[in-house]
Design a protein around this ligand. Structure first.
Ligand code: SAH
Length: 413
Protein backbone atom coordinates (compact mmCIF):
# COMPACT_ATOMS: atom_id res chain seq x y z
CA UNK A 1 0.00 0.00 0.00
CA UNK A 2 1.16 3.48 -0.69
CA UNK A 3 1.40 5.91 -3.53
CA UNK A 4 1.66 9.47 -2.39
CA UNK A 5 -1.81 10.88 -2.38
CA UNK A 6 -1.77 14.61 -2.76
CA UNK A 7 -4.30 17.06 -4.02
CA UNK A 8 -3.60 18.14 -7.53
CA UNK A 9 -5.35 20.26 -10.06
CA UNK A 10 -8.88 18.99 -9.97
CA UNK A 11 -9.89 20.12 -13.43
CA UNK A 12 -9.58 16.76 -15.17
CA UNK A 13 -11.32 14.95 -12.42
CA UNK A 14 -14.23 17.29 -12.41
CA UNK A 15 -14.65 16.53 -16.06
CA UNK A 16 -14.50 12.84 -15.24
CA UNK A 17 -16.52 12.54 -12.12
CA UNK A 18 -18.27 15.86 -11.74
CA UNK A 19 -18.27 16.05 -8.01
CA UNK A 20 -15.04 14.25 -7.29
CA UNK A 21 -11.96 16.22 -6.18
CA UNK A 22 -9.08 14.12 -7.43
CA UNK A 23 -6.02 12.46 -6.02
CA UNK A 24 -2.58 12.33 -7.43
CA UNK A 25 -1.93 8.65 -7.44
CA UNK A 26 1.40 6.95 -7.92
CA UNK A 27 1.67 3.27 -8.70
CA UNK A 28 4.92 1.29 -8.39
CA UNK A 29 5.63 -1.79 -10.45
CA UNK A 30 7.23 -4.93 -9.07
CA UNK A 31 10.96 -5.37 -9.50
CA UNK A 32 10.61 -8.56 -11.54
CA UNK A 33 8.08 -8.19 -14.30
CA UNK A 34 8.33 -9.06 -17.96
CA UNK A 35 9.85 -6.49 -20.29
CA UNK A 36 6.52 -6.02 -21.99
CA UNK A 37 5.71 -2.65 -20.42
CA UNK A 38 9.22 -1.24 -20.82
CA UNK A 39 9.19 -2.40 -24.44
CA UNK A 40 6.15 -0.30 -25.19
CA UNK A 41 3.08 -2.38 -24.31
CA UNK A 42 0.49 -0.15 -22.60
CA UNK A 43 -1.12 -2.78 -20.33
CA UNK A 44 -0.20 -3.34 -16.70
CA UNK A 45 -1.71 -6.41 -15.08
CA UNK A 46 -2.78 -6.37 -11.44
CA UNK A 47 -0.11 -8.93 -10.49
CA UNK A 48 2.64 -6.67 -11.84
CA UNK A 49 2.05 -3.87 -9.34
CA UNK A 50 3.92 -3.68 -6.04
CA UNK A 51 2.38 -0.62 -4.38
CA UNK A 52 -0.78 1.29 -5.03
CA UNK A 53 -3.52 2.89 -3.03
CA UNK A 54 -6.44 0.51 -3.24
CA UNK A 55 -8.82 3.42 -2.64
CA UNK A 56 -8.00 5.01 -5.97
CA UNK A 57 -11.33 5.29 -7.76
CA UNK A 58 -11.87 3.36 -10.97
CA UNK A 59 -11.10 5.50 -13.99
CA UNK A 60 -8.55 7.67 -12.19
CA UNK A 61 -5.42 8.75 -14.06
CA UNK A 62 -2.35 7.42 -12.25
CA UNK A 63 1.40 7.91 -12.63
CA UNK A 64 3.27 4.63 -13.03
CA UNK A 65 6.85 4.15 -11.83
CA UNK A 66 9.26 1.23 -11.87
CA UNK A 67 10.25 -0.32 -8.52
CA UNK A 68 13.25 2.04 -8.45
CA UNK A 69 11.09 5.10 -9.07
CA UNK A 70 11.73 5.67 -12.75
CA UNK A 71 8.74 7.21 -14.49
CA UNK A 72 7.01 4.80 -16.90
CA UNK A 73 3.90 6.63 -17.97
CA UNK A 74 0.38 7.85 -17.14
CA UNK A 75 -2.70 5.79 -17.61
CA UNK A 76 -6.16 5.02 -16.37
CA UNK A 77 -6.75 2.48 -13.62
CA UNK A 78 -9.58 0.06 -13.03
CA UNK A 79 -9.26 -2.08 -9.88
CA UNK A 80 -12.11 -4.32 -11.14
CA UNK A 81 -10.16 -5.36 -14.22
CA UNK A 82 -7.30 -7.84 -14.47
CA UNK A 83 -5.65 -5.23 -16.67
CA UNK A 84 -5.27 -2.76 -13.83
CA UNK A 85 -3.79 0.13 -15.82
CA UNK A 86 -3.64 1.08 -19.47
CA UNK A 87 -1.10 3.74 -20.32
CA UNK A 88 -2.11 6.80 -22.31
CA UNK A 89 1.25 8.54 -22.43
CA UNK A 90 4.91 7.99 -21.58
CA UNK A 91 5.49 11.72 -21.35
CA UNK A 92 5.54 12.98 -17.76
CA UNK A 93 4.63 16.52 -18.70
CA UNK A 94 1.63 15.58 -20.84
CA UNK A 95 -1.65 16.30 -19.06
CA UNK A 96 -4.55 13.94 -19.63
CA UNK A 97 -7.39 16.34 -20.26
CA UNK A 98 -9.89 17.32 -22.94
CA UNK A 99 -7.14 18.84 -25.06
CA UNK A 100 -5.10 15.63 -24.88
CA UNK A 101 -7.91 13.75 -26.65
CA UNK A 102 -8.38 16.52 -29.20
CA UNK A 103 -4.68 16.45 -30.10
CA UNK A 104 -4.44 12.65 -30.20
CA UNK A 105 -7.48 12.24 -32.43
CA UNK A 106 -6.22 15.00 -34.68
CA UNK A 107 -2.89 13.12 -34.99
CA UNK A 108 -4.79 9.93 -35.83
CA UNK A 109 -6.56 11.74 -38.65
CA UNK A 110 -3.37 13.32 -39.98
CA UNK A 111 -1.76 9.88 -40.05
CA UNK A 112 -4.66 8.32 -41.98
CA UNK A 113 -4.66 11.16 -44.48
CA UNK A 114 -0.93 10.65 -45.06
CA UNK A 115 -1.66 7.00 -45.87
CA UNK A 116 -4.22 8.05 -48.45
CA UNK A 117 -7.48 7.59 -46.54
CA UNK A 118 -10.07 10.29 -47.01
CA UNK A 119 -13.66 9.07 -46.67
CA UNK A 120 -13.72 5.86 -44.68
CA UNK A 121 -11.15 4.58 -42.26
CA UNK A 122 -10.58 3.29 -38.80
CA UNK A 123 -9.73 6.66 -37.35
CA UNK A 124 -8.63 5.33 -33.97
CA UNK A 125 -7.34 1.80 -33.47
CA UNK A 126 -6.97 1.65 -29.70
CA UNK A 127 -3.58 0.54 -28.46
CA UNK A 128 -1.96 1.11 -31.87
CA UNK A 129 -2.88 4.80 -31.59
CA UNK A 130 -1.93 5.12 -27.92
CA UNK A 131 -5.59 5.39 -27.02
CA UNK A 132 -6.15 2.00 -25.39
CA UNK A 133 -9.57 0.43 -25.89
CA UNK A 134 -10.89 3.29 -28.02
CA UNK A 135 -12.15 2.40 -31.47
CA UNK A 136 -13.51 5.01 -33.85
CA UNK A 137 -14.60 4.14 -37.38
CA UNK A 138 -15.15 7.00 -39.79
CA UNK A 139 -17.74 6.39 -42.47
CA UNK A 140 -17.44 9.59 -44.39
CA UNK A 141 -19.41 12.10 -42.27
CA UNK A 142 -20.54 9.52 -39.72
CA UNK A 143 -18.58 8.15 -36.80
CA UNK A 144 -19.00 4.96 -34.79
CA UNK A 145 -17.34 4.78 -31.39
CA UNK A 146 -16.48 1.92 -29.03
CA UNK A 147 -15.09 2.63 -25.57
CA UNK A 148 -14.20 -0.81 -24.29
CA UNK A 149 -12.64 0.00 -20.91
CA UNK A 150 -13.96 2.06 -18.03
CA UNK A 151 -11.03 4.46 -18.03
CA UNK A 152 -11.60 5.46 -21.65
CA UNK A 153 -15.39 5.36 -21.35
CA UNK A 154 -15.12 8.14 -18.77
CA UNK A 155 -13.66 10.42 -21.44
CA UNK A 156 -16.47 9.85 -23.95
CA UNK A 157 -17.70 13.47 -23.74
CA UNK A 158 -14.19 14.76 -24.54
CA UNK A 159 -13.85 12.29 -27.42
CA UNK A 160 -17.19 13.39 -28.86
CA UNK A 161 -16.16 17.05 -28.49
CA UNK A 162 -12.94 16.29 -30.35
CA UNK A 163 -14.84 14.68 -33.25
CA UNK A 164 -17.23 17.64 -33.42
CA UNK A 165 -14.31 20.02 -33.37
CA UNK A 166 -12.24 18.28 -36.08
CA UNK A 167 -14.93 16.96 -38.43
CA UNK A 168 -18.33 18.62 -37.80
CA UNK A 169 -19.88 15.16 -38.31
CA UNK A 170 -23.40 14.45 -39.55
CA UNK A 171 -23.72 11.84 -36.83
CA UNK A 172 -21.94 9.97 -34.05
CA UNK A 173 -23.11 6.59 -32.80
CA UNK A 174 -21.93 4.45 -29.90
CA UNK A 175 -21.64 0.68 -30.50
CA UNK A 176 -20.78 -0.41 -27.01
CA UNK A 177 -22.98 -3.50 -27.23
CA UNK A 178 -19.87 -5.60 -26.70
CA UNK A 179 -19.49 -8.32 -24.02
CA UNK A 180 -15.86 -7.39 -23.26
CA UNK A 181 -17.12 -4.25 -21.48
CA UNK A 182 -18.52 -6.43 -18.73
CA UNK A 183 -14.98 -7.40 -17.68
CA UNK A 184 -14.60 -3.72 -16.86
CA UNK A 185 -17.86 -3.50 -14.93
CA UNK A 186 -19.45 -1.55 -17.78
CA UNK A 187 -22.92 -2.15 -19.24
CA UNK A 188 -23.45 -3.07 -22.89
CA UNK A 189 -25.17 -0.22 -24.68
CA UNK A 190 -25.63 1.50 -28.00
CA UNK A 191 -27.13 4.79 -29.08
CA UNK A 192 -26.67 8.27 -30.47
CA UNK A 193 -23.89 10.56 -29.26
CA UNK A 194 -25.17 13.30 -31.56
CA UNK A 195 -28.65 14.39 -32.59
CA UNK A 196 -30.34 11.26 -34.01
CA UNK A 197 -29.90 10.44 -37.69
CA UNK A 198 -30.77 7.71 -40.19
CA UNK A 199 -28.36 4.93 -39.24
CA UNK A 200 -28.59 3.21 -42.63
CA UNK A 201 -25.92 4.97 -44.62
CA UNK A 202 -24.14 4.37 -47.90
CA UNK A 203 -20.37 4.49 -48.26
CA UNK A 204 -18.06 4.26 -51.26
CA UNK A 205 -15.15 1.84 -51.38
CA UNK A 206 -12.91 1.15 -54.37
CA UNK A 207 -15.52 2.73 -56.64
CA UNK A 208 -18.39 0.62 -55.28
CA UNK A 209 -21.25 1.52 -52.95
CA UNK A 210 -22.19 -0.32 -49.80
CA UNK A 211 -25.02 0.03 -47.31
CA UNK A 212 -23.77 0.23 -43.76
CA UNK A 213 -26.16 -0.41 -40.91
CA UNK A 214 -24.47 1.54 -38.15
CA UNK A 215 -27.04 0.63 -35.53
CA UNK A 216 -27.64 -3.07 -36.11
CA UNK A 217 -24.80 -4.28 -38.33
CA UNK A 218 -22.04 -6.47 -36.94
CA UNK A 219 -19.35 -4.75 -34.84
CA UNK A 220 -19.30 -1.12 -36.02
CA UNK A 221 -21.44 -2.00 -39.06
CA UNK A 222 -18.74 -2.60 -41.65
CA UNK A 223 -15.37 -4.38 -41.84
CA UNK A 224 -12.98 -1.65 -42.84
CA UNK A 225 -10.00 -3.87 -42.04
CA UNK A 226 -10.37 -5.72 -45.35
CA UNK A 227 -10.78 -2.63 -47.53
CA UNK A 228 -7.26 -2.75 -48.97
CA UNK A 229 -7.34 -6.55 -49.29
CA UNK A 230 -10.54 -6.49 -51.33
CA UNK A 231 -8.58 -4.91 -54.16
CA UNK A 232 -6.17 -7.85 -54.20
CA UNK A 233 -8.66 -10.21 -55.80
CA UNK A 234 -8.85 -7.98 -58.87
CA UNK A 235 -6.85 -10.14 -61.32
CA UNK A 236 -7.68 -13.64 -60.13
CA UNK A 237 -11.45 -13.28 -60.43
CA UNK A 238 -11.62 -12.21 -64.11
CA UNK A 239 -14.02 -14.54 -65.93
CA UNK A 240 -14.14 -16.78 -62.83
CA UNK A 241 -16.89 -18.70 -61.10
CA UNK A 242 -16.55 -17.53 -57.54
CA UNK A 243 -17.82 -18.87 -54.22
CA UNK A 244 -17.59 -16.66 -51.12
CA UNK A 245 -18.39 -18.00 -47.67
CA UNK A 246 -18.88 -15.83 -44.57
CA UNK A 247 -19.88 -13.08 -46.95
CA UNK A 248 -21.58 -10.71 -44.45
CA UNK A 249 -22.92 -7.87 -46.61
CA UNK A 250 -21.25 -9.18 -49.74
CA UNK A 251 -18.28 -6.85 -49.96
CA UNK A 252 -15.72 -9.30 -51.36
CA UNK A 253 -18.30 -10.88 -53.66
CA UNK A 254 -19.45 -7.56 -55.10
CA UNK A 255 -15.82 -6.63 -55.69
CA UNK A 256 -15.36 -9.95 -57.51
CA UNK A 257 -18.32 -9.23 -59.78
CA UNK A 258 -17.09 -5.69 -60.40
CA UNK A 259 -13.62 -6.99 -61.28
CA UNK A 260 -15.10 -9.23 -63.98
CA UNK A 261 -16.14 -12.55 -62.41
CA UNK A 262 -18.55 -14.61 -64.55
CA UNK A 263 -20.71 -15.60 -61.59
CA UNK A 264 -20.51 -15.11 -57.84
CA UNK A 265 -22.31 -16.89 -55.02
CA UNK A 266 -22.01 -15.58 -51.46
CA UNK A 267 -23.25 -17.40 -48.39
CA UNK A 268 -23.70 -16.35 -44.79
CA UNK A 269 -25.51 -17.80 -41.80
CA UNK A 270 -27.14 -14.46 -41.04
CA UNK A 271 -30.35 -13.81 -42.96
CA UNK A 272 -30.04 -10.12 -42.24
CA UNK A 273 -26.54 -10.00 -43.70
CA UNK A 274 -27.77 -11.76 -46.85
CA UNK A 275 -30.61 -9.25 -47.28
CA UNK A 276 -28.06 -6.44 -47.05
CA UNK A 277 -25.73 -8.24 -49.47
CA UNK A 278 -28.54 -8.48 -52.05
CA UNK A 279 -29.29 -4.78 -51.56
CA UNK A 280 -25.60 -4.01 -52.08
CA UNK A 281 -25.50 -6.03 -55.29
CA UNK A 282 -28.51 -4.06 -56.61
CA UNK A 283 -26.99 -0.77 -55.51
CA UNK A 284 -24.05 -1.53 -57.80
CA UNK A 285 -26.22 -3.09 -60.54
CA UNK A 286 -24.41 -6.38 -60.17
CA UNK A 287 -27.40 -8.46 -59.09
CA UNK A 288 -27.31 -10.52 -62.30
CA UNK A 289 -23.82 -11.76 -61.51
CA UNK A 290 -23.90 -11.83 -57.72
CA UNK A 291 -26.25 -14.10 -55.80
CA UNK A 292 -26.53 -14.64 -52.11
CA UNK A 293 -27.94 -17.46 -50.00
CA UNK A 294 -28.42 -17.98 -46.28
CA UNK A 295 -26.57 -21.13 -45.22
CA UNK A 296 -24.19 -22.56 -42.66
CA UNK A 297 -20.81 -22.54 -44.38
CA UNK A 298 -19.60 -25.63 -42.52
CA UNK A 299 -22.53 -27.62 -43.87
CA UNK A 300 -22.52 -26.41 -47.46
CA UNK A 301 -18.76 -26.43 -47.99
CA UNK A 302 -18.76 -30.08 -46.93
CA UNK A 303 -21.86 -30.98 -48.91
CA UNK A 304 -20.78 -29.24 -52.09
CA UNK A 305 -17.24 -30.62 -52.00
CA UNK A 306 -18.71 -34.11 -51.58
CA UNK A 307 -21.05 -33.38 -54.51
CA UNK A 308 -18.01 -32.52 -56.64
CA UNK A 309 -18.95 -28.87 -57.27
CA UNK A 310 -16.06 -26.79 -58.60
CA UNK A 311 -15.17 -23.10 -58.64
CA UNK A 312 -12.30 -21.02 -59.97
CA UNK A 313 -12.04 -18.95 -56.81
CA UNK A 314 -13.18 -19.70 -53.25
CA UNK A 315 -13.12 -16.90 -50.67
CA UNK A 316 -13.36 -17.50 -46.92
CA UNK A 317 -13.59 -14.75 -44.31
CA UNK A 318 -14.90 -16.37 -41.13
CA UNK A 319 -15.45 -14.69 -37.75
CA UNK A 320 -12.91 -15.23 -34.95
CA UNK A 321 -13.46 -18.88 -34.04
CA UNK A 322 -12.00 -18.19 -30.61
CA UNK A 323 -11.66 -15.28 -28.25
CA UNK A 324 -9.62 -17.19 -25.68
CA UNK A 325 -6.48 -19.29 -25.66
CA UNK A 326 -8.43 -22.05 -23.89
CA UNK A 327 -10.42 -22.83 -27.01
CA UNK A 328 -7.65 -22.34 -29.53
CA UNK A 329 -7.74 -25.98 -30.60
CA UNK A 330 -11.40 -25.60 -31.57
CA UNK A 331 -10.44 -22.62 -33.71
CA UNK A 332 -7.60 -24.49 -35.39
CA UNK A 333 -9.96 -27.35 -36.21
CA UNK A 334 -12.51 -24.89 -37.63
CA UNK A 335 -9.99 -23.07 -39.82
CA UNK A 336 -8.54 -26.30 -41.08
CA UNK A 337 -11.96 -27.73 -41.91
CA UNK A 338 -13.20 -24.79 -43.99
CA UNK A 339 -9.89 -24.35 -45.80
CA UNK A 340 -9.67 -28.04 -46.62
CA UNK A 341 -13.21 -27.96 -48.04
CA UNK A 342 -12.46 -24.72 -49.87
CA UNK A 343 -9.43 -26.27 -51.56
CA UNK A 344 -11.43 -29.34 -52.60
CA UNK A 345 -14.00 -27.08 -54.21
CA UNK A 346 -11.40 -25.53 -56.52
CA UNK A 347 -10.65 -26.47 -60.09
CA UNK A 348 -6.94 -27.22 -60.66
CA UNK A 349 -5.10 -23.90 -60.74
CA UNK A 350 -7.90 -22.16 -58.88
CA UNK A 351 -7.35 -19.65 -56.11
CA UNK A 352 -8.21 -19.79 -52.43
CA UNK A 353 -8.64 -16.38 -50.79
CA UNK A 354 -8.64 -17.01 -47.08
CA UNK A 355 -8.66 -14.86 -43.95
CA UNK A 356 -8.53 -15.20 -40.19
CA UNK A 357 -9.21 -12.34 -37.84
CA UNK A 358 -8.13 -13.56 -34.43
CA UNK A 359 -4.72 -12.57 -33.13
CA UNK A 360 -4.68 -15.78 -31.06
CA UNK A 361 -3.90 -17.60 -34.30
CA UNK A 362 -0.73 -15.82 -35.38
CA UNK A 363 0.65 -15.67 -38.92
CA UNK A 364 2.89 -18.68 -38.48
CA UNK A 365 0.16 -20.86 -37.03
CA UNK A 366 -2.27 -19.76 -39.72
CA UNK A 367 0.12 -20.81 -42.49
CA UNK A 368 0.65 -24.13 -40.71
CA UNK A 369 -3.10 -24.69 -40.66
CA UNK A 370 -3.33 -23.94 -44.38
CA UNK A 371 -0.45 -26.34 -45.07
CA UNK A 372 -2.18 -29.06 -43.03
CA UNK A 373 -5.41 -28.46 -44.93
CA UNK A 374 -3.58 -28.70 -48.27
CA UNK A 375 -1.89 -31.92 -47.23
CA UNK A 376 -5.18 -33.51 -46.15
CA UNK A 377 -6.90 -32.31 -49.32
CA UNK A 378 -3.95 -33.70 -51.34
CA UNK A 379 -3.36 -30.33 -52.98
CA UNK A 380 -0.26 -28.35 -53.81
CA UNK A 381 -0.37 -24.65 -52.99
CA UNK A 382 1.60 -21.63 -54.11
CA UNK A 383 1.38 -18.38 -52.18
CA UNK A 384 0.25 -15.39 -54.21
CA UNK A 385 0.10 -12.88 -51.36
CA UNK A 386 0.01 -12.88 -47.59
CA UNK A 387 -0.80 -9.74 -45.70
CA UNK A 388 -2.51 -8.23 -42.71
CA UNK A 389 -5.25 -5.65 -42.20
CA UNK A 390 -5.48 -2.26 -43.93
CA UNK A 391 -2.97 0.38 -42.93
CA UNK A 392 -5.60 2.41 -41.06
CA UNK A 393 -5.34 -0.37 -38.42
CA UNK A 394 -1.64 0.13 -37.62
CA UNK A 395 0.48 -2.72 -36.31
CA UNK A 396 2.76 -2.11 -33.34
CA UNK A 397 5.43 -4.75 -32.90
CA UNK A 398 5.22 -5.86 -29.29
CA UNK A 399 1.45 -5.35 -29.06
CA UNK A 400 0.24 -8.68 -30.40
CA UNK A 401 -3.43 -7.70 -30.56
CA UNK A 402 -2.64 -5.08 -33.21
CA UNK A 403 -1.44 -7.74 -35.69
CA UNK A 404 -4.63 -9.71 -35.93
CA UNK A 405 -5.81 -10.17 -39.51
CA UNK A 406 -4.32 -12.73 -41.87
CA UNK A 407 -5.24 -12.46 -45.54
CA UNK A 408 -3.79 -15.10 -47.80
CA UNK A 409 -4.23 -15.94 -51.46
CA UNK A 410 -2.88 -19.28 -52.69
CA UNK A 411 -3.05 -21.02 -56.01
CA UNK A 412 -4.27 -24.58 -55.52
CA UNK A 413 -3.51 -27.48 -57.81
N1 SAH B 1 -16.24 -10.82 -45.51
C1 SAH B 1 -17.00 -9.87 -44.72
C2 SAH B 1 -16.87 -10.07 -43.23
C3 SAH B 1 -17.26 -11.41 -42.72
S1 SAH B 1 -17.56 -11.41 -41.00
C4 SAH B 1 -16.59 -8.47 -45.08
O1 SAH B 1 -15.47 -8.25 -45.55
O2 SAH B 1 -17.39 -7.56 -44.88
C5 SAH B 1 -17.96 -13.06 -40.72
C6 SAH B 1 -19.33 -13.49 -41.19
O3 SAH B 1 -19.46 -14.88 -40.98
C7 SAH B 1 -20.49 -12.86 -40.46
O4 SAH B 1 -21.32 -12.19 -41.38
C8 SAH B 1 -21.26 -14.03 -39.84
O5 SAH B 1 -22.67 -13.90 -39.91
C9 SAH B 1 -20.81 -15.16 -40.70
N2 SAH B 1 -20.86 -16.51 -40.12
C10 SAH B 1 -20.55 -16.90 -38.87
N3 SAH B 1 -20.67 -18.24 -38.74
C11 SAH B 1 -21.07 -18.71 -39.95
C12 SAH B 1 -21.36 -20.01 -40.49
N4 SAH B 1 -21.24 -21.08 -39.72
N5 SAH B 1 -21.72 -20.10 -41.77
C13 SAH B 1 -21.83 -19.00 -42.55
N6 SAH B 1 -21.59 -17.76 -42.11
C14 SAH B 1 -21.19 -17.61 -40.84
Amino acid sequence: MSGSLGLETTKNYFILFGYFAGFMANVYLKRKISNRVVNGHPWIFNNEVEKWDHNIPAGEIVDVYTFDKKFVGKGYINPVSRILIRLLTRNKTEEINENFFLQRIRQCWEYRKKLGYSENCRLVFGEADSLPQLIIDKFNDYFVIQTLALGIDAWKPSIVNALNNIFQPKGIFERNDVPVRELEGLPQQKGFLSPSFNTQIIIWENGLQFNVDIENGQKTGYFLDQQDNRRHIQHIVKGAEVLGAFTYTGTFEIHAAYFGAKSVLGIDISENAILQARKNAELNELQNICHFETANAFDVLKQWSNDGKKYDVVMLDPPAFTKSRDTIQKAITGYKEINLRGMKLLKPGGFLVTSSCTNLVDQKLFLQIIDMAAKDARKKIRQVTFQTQSADHPVIHGIESTMYLKFLIVEVS
